[in-house]
Design a protein around this ligand. Structure first.
Ligand code: ZN
Ligand code: ZN
Length: 390
């Protein structure tokens, strides 16, 4: 009897998860057109069916059914696309479409060079002639896309609750940026310019479950508009006001004190340079010819995050110092050792705005839920269904 009960419970759980994923897909699914290999000049790709059933269409008409694992070559040939099967020439077209005739299918796409690629993609693939290259588009359900983005960004070693955080942020970003590549013939690209994406999430099932469990959920501000879901690796103990880092401020991107990330690996760093290099650098920002940089003391502390380095009458934007010296963050102090070495003692990693990933991960390990974590880092935001956002 006990065994029967256990089996029943396990079975019920499985049915619930499957129903949840299915129901979420029906209720919230939205298609996204992702431009693949956006920055590369790809002359030829090889595609094949990995799962599901597909047809190959060219210029609006069906060419053939695509059998499982059959490899199709799609190659640019002047202003057309040449399509070949293993032993057959399938013709020349302006655009080809690998159409799924069952809802859940997966395609394998390989590029031989510029650069070599071999990825799996959920959904469909469309290829057309771009400027001296193929334009390759993956038409994919948003939750498959979000799972792929989360896997690329986070990898397989986080926990379920943390994956939910990244899934909500990735979905919010995607839905807020669907017009970014209108002129390219798709909605978002697969590079960090939009969000990095190498196709299907395959390395950790928790990523797919976390994405399904948050299906349709996005972050909105007090006015009900999608937020800019900024995040960084480690804030060093205090997140940064968006106005300090960028040109515009956001009500929800305010500085907060964060103790959760202080033991993480990126919490502290150091960078040393010579006094001579520092003097040469600082002298660029001085217009007074009589100012003797070499006699000035070097001493600068950020108890809380500041916008400018100000010392000895010199003023330099901190984000510029970070960029010029390639520092891990803009949250640093500067001191001079007795041997003349200048040391930057820094905290955190990244721009510091919005959610601190290492702090958020620690919060989930301590038992905080994804909603609590997102509300901790983004001030006065709401988690809403995308269908409720204008
Ligand atoms: Zn982009
Ligand atoms: Zn932090």
């Amino acid at each position: 009897m006990q065994i029967f009960n256990t089996k029943t419970l396990r079975l019920s759980g499985c049915i619930f998860v499957s129903w949840l994923a299915l129901n979420s897909a029906i209720a919230y699914s939205q298609i996204v057109d992702v431009g693949l290999l956006h920055y590369h000049k790809i002359p030829e790709v090889l595609v094949s069916v990995n799962s599901g059933e597909y047809e190959l269409w060219g210029d609006g008409a069906k060419i053939i059914d695509l059998p499982y694992d059959a490899i199709i070559s799609i190659r640019i040939n002047r202003q057309t696309i040449e399509v070949k099967g293993l032993n057959s020439n399938l013709g020349y077209y302006h655009g080809v479409h690998l159409k799924s005739i069952k809802k859940l299918g997966t395609l394998k796409l390989r590029a031989v060079k510029n650069p070599p690629v071999s990825n799996l993609y959920d959904g469909e693939i469309m290829v057309s002639v771009g400027e001296d290259k193929l334009t390759i588009v993956n038409r994919v359900d948003i939750d498959n896309y979000v799972a792929g983005v989360v896997e690329k960004e986070i990898g397989p070693s986080a926990n379920m609750e943390y994956y939910k955080i990244q899934a909500v942020m990735a979905r919010t970003y995607a839905l807020g940026n669907l017009n970014r590549h209108n002129s390219d013939g798709y909605q978002v690209c697969d590079e960090v310019h939009c969000q990095a994406y190498d196709g299907k999430s395959t390395r950790r099932r928790d990523i797919i479950i976390a994405t399904a469990a948050t299906a349709g959920i996005v972050l909105a501000d007090k006015k009900g508009e999608l937020i800019l879901a900024a995040y960084h690796s480690n804030c060093g103990g205090e997140t940064r006001d968006a106005a300090q880092a960028w040109k515009s401020s956001r009500d929800y991107l305010q500085p907060i004190k964060d103790t959760f990330c202080l033991d993480a690996r990126s919490a502290k760093w150091e960078h040393t340079i010579t006094r001579e290099d520092w003097d040469n650098y600082v002298s660029q920002f001085i217009s007074d010819d009589t100012y003797e940089v070499s006699k000035a003391m070097v001493c600068f502390y950020q108890g809380k995050r500041l916008t400018y380095y100000k010392s000895n009458g010199v003023e330099i934007p901190i984000k510029q110092i970070r960029r010029d010296w390639r520092l891990r963050s803009s949250f640093f102090d500067i001191e001079e050792y007795s041997d003349g070495t200048i040391i930057f003692s820094g905290r955190g990693y990244g721009h510091g705005v919005g959610l601190c990933q290492q702090g958020a991960l620690k919060m989930t390990e301590l038992g905080y839920g994804y909603r609590e974590v997102l509300s901790f880092y983004f001030k006065d935001i709401r988690l809403v269904s995308h269908s409720d956002v204008d």
